[in-house]
Ligand binder design. Structure first.
Ligand code: FAD
Length: 627
């Protein structure tokens, strides 16, 4: 018999030590770990929180129940990143780490190698990780009061592993369990499910198949598959596909018996889906079940009520009030995406603009030394369905970890860090928190960056990310997919460096002039501003170089010392550029870039530098540019 899943709307705080820590008395137990910051749960939010805290100079312990990090992304095989346009910082470093390990294909990653990528990053940051360890409860004591209201403080976290029951003391705890376990133990109020009946989004047992020759398209269109809802990802490994096809409804992700029943039902559903795919879908006939994940994917459980509440309405119709938050710590524009708790459909609302997540959503009501990050932050059911994606959870984790480090360094608590209406300490610390986040690559939006005087810094990161992640595909017939300059031309075109071109012709074999080279270099520099200032404010051009479409590019290259000033009188910009000059110009424009590679022989046309070679070398410099 499973325990009944009650339609809970609001569970109020139960701030008594006896209920929080059961009936046992742990006061006599000495602390096994005494740290500045303890992060419970090593999913997207917890991993980022721990890295951020450690990097910002505090002693950090990360406790994870499995033997690897990544949360749903690894444990439940959710190996796809949804919209990550607005997630920078640590999340981007994870993309780089995956690339180094050849474990990413666009937004899809290898869920096994992801474990290694995350190990590498937490170890580099100096985080102490405790695997195979579960948080089981906490003890609480009276904490600071805020504006006359008494809060609780978590005096210790009780954890359990093969060493037995152990005690962790920390100045600040961060709950990244995805289920707000620690916040609930500490007595913070929370809600579960949708307003009308408390039902949550269904769980899903994602599975991986190998030996697939399936080429893509809708799986549901094949006879015999009409009753399925199916989304899938082609994994980086050839012939391997991850499938999201099972919907296990009516169970609670925070109830032991429910989770057990859902897991068994999930595995049965996987076997049926595998059978149906093999029988009905071309490209799966010879495929086989490669893996079921360590746990069933849980989309939704508790949502903690915090200092403020992010609502679906604020995301869908932000108006002026909710467009910019003074205490923004993360941004996102992923859809409202609610998988029906009872039916087979999903309710999708596309958002017109990105929204900003306030720091106050990370502060659980009534608890002093606790931050919450990841999917259970203070939001309603609708807002939760959008912010729960992994990239945003990484961003929220980074914000929480940084705030915790700041609180420790200033001998204060997380609430004191981030009250935008506090005229004294809060404002200064909040500004510091946001400044650190922006400097460490997080996207808090142009408005806040400008207010903090960090717009150039913010812009530099965003452009770097843009260049790396979103090259726009252009159909140039003379630069097909297998052309050696294809990637370069696509990337530069997508960044707006190559403009005013015919939609299907780049002119790959045409010779590149000095003028065209100066324009390309100038635009690359505009997109990826160099950390150095120009040598000259304004360069007077000889009359014959004025008034042309390339004049300002020539002047800019001269101002940055890319073109010698004393070369200017003799320069004929329409002349073809030599490879030696092009290399010299690029090296001067991007002194921080890696050494330029040789041009592939297929791109060489005698001594002429073709526009394909120009793109190839310019991209080689720009892609390795470091801010
Ligand atoms: C089926 C499914 C499909 C999804 N699809 C996508 C998608 O395509 N793209 C996307 O970006 N997002 C997707 N998501 C959402 C996303 O995966 C999650 O919302 C996100 O991983 C939440 O991150 P988190 O850090 O808040 O929590 P989690 O990922 O849940 O991580 C929590 C971590 O805490 C650990 N933990 C929990 N309790 C304890 C405890 N008591 N003690 C110790 N450790 C504990 C867990 O083991 C886990 O590692 C999907 C989710 C599901 C379930």
């Amino acid at each position: 018999m499973r325990a009944s899943h009650s339609a809970l709307l609001l569970l109020l705080a139960v701030p008594t030590l006896a209920l929080c820590a059961g009936t046992a008395d742990f006061s006599g137990m000495t602390a096994d770990y005494d740290v500045d910051v303890c992060v419970l749960g090593g999913g997207p939010s917890g991993t980022a929180a721990a890295i951020a805290a450690a990097r910002n100079g505090v002693d950090t312990l990360l406790v994870e129940q499995y033997g690897f990090l990544g949360g749903m992304g690894t444990a439940a095989s959710v190996n796809v990143f949804m919209d990550y346009r607005f997630s920078g910082g640590i999340f981007r470093e994870i993309l780089h780490e995956l690339d180094k390990l050849e474990a990413r294909r666009g937004s899809v990653f290898d869920a096994n190698i992801m474990r290694v990528a995350l190990d590498n990053l937490v170890q580099d940051a100096g985080v102490k990780v405790l695997f195979h360890t579960r948080g089981v409860t906490c003890t609480i004591a009276p904490g600071r009061s805020w504006q006359g209201k008494q809060r609780q403080t978590i005096s210790s976290l009780l954890i359990h592993n093969k060493s037995g029951l152990q005690k962790v003391r920390a100045k600040v705890f961060i709950d990244c369990t995805g289920d707000a376990d620690l916040a609930a133990w500490a007595g913070a109020p929370f809600e579960i499910g949708r307003k009308e009946d408390g039902e949550t989004q269904p769980m899903t047992m994602i599975f991986r198949m190998g030996g697939c020759t399936f080429k893509g398209g809708s799986i549901m269109k094949f006879p015999g598959m009409e009753d399925y809802w199916a989304s899938y990802a082609f994994n980086p490994n050839p012939g391997e596909i991850s499938l999201n096809m099972t919907r296990i409804q009516g169970y609670s992700g925070i109830n032991g018996e429910d989770l057990t029943a859902a897991t068994i039902e999930g595995r049965k559903a996987v076997m049926e889906a595998v059978e149906a795919l093999r029988k009905n879908v071309p490209g799966f006939q010879d495929a086989y079940l490669l893996a079921m994940p360590a746990q069933i994917g849980v989309r939704e459980t508790r949502r903690v009520m915090g200092a403020t509440l992010l609502t679906g309405e604020q995301l869908i119709n932000p108006g002026r009030i909710y467009s910019h938050r003074k205490d923004v710590v993360a941004r996102n524009q992923y859809n409202v995406d609610i998988h029906d708790p009872k039916g087979t459909k999903a309710q999708i609302v596309r958002l017109k603009q990105p929204y900003e997540i306030p720091y106050r959503c990370l502060l659980p009501k009534g608890v002093d030394n606790l931050l919450i990050a990841g999917r259970p932050i203070s939001a309603d059911h609708v807002a939760h369905s959008s912010l729960r994606i992994q990239p945003t959870c990484y961003a929220l984790g980074q914000a929480a970890g940084t705030a915790a480090a700041l609180a420790v360094a200033n001998e204060t608590g997380p609430w004191e860090v981030g009250q935008p209406n506090d005229p004294t300490k809060g404002q200064a610390l909040l500004r510091e928190l946001q400044a650190v986040l922006i400097r460490q690559g997080q996207d808090l939006g142009a408005t806040r960056a400008r207010e903090l005087g960090l717009y150039p810094e913010w812009r530099r990161w965003q452009l770097k990310y843009r260049l790396e992640a979103y090259p726009l595909k252009r159909a140039f017939k003379d630069v097909p997919d297998d052309h050696p300059a294809h990637e370069a031309v696509q990337a530069l075109a997508g960044m707006g460096v190559l403009r005013g071109l015919s939609p299907d012709h780049y002119g790959a074999d045409d010779p590149a002039s000095i003028a065209v080279s100066a324009v390309v270099i100038g635009r690359c520099m505009a997109v990826l501003p160099s950390s150095r200032a120009p040598l000259y404010d304004k360069v007077p051009l000889p009359d014959r170089l004025k008034g042309k479409w390339w004049s300002s590019a020539i002047a800019e290259c001269a101002a940055y010392g890319i073109l010698d000033l004393n070369q200017l009188p003799g320069i004929e910009p329409e002349d073809y550029i030599t490879e030696q000059d092009l290399r010299r110009y690029l090296e001067r424009a991007f002194p921080q870039a890696a050494p330029l590679p040789p041009v592939p022989t297929e791109l060489l046309k005698g001594d002429t530098v073709t526009r394909a070679s120009l793109a190839y070398l310019a991209w080689a410099a720009a892609r390795t540019w470091e801010p």
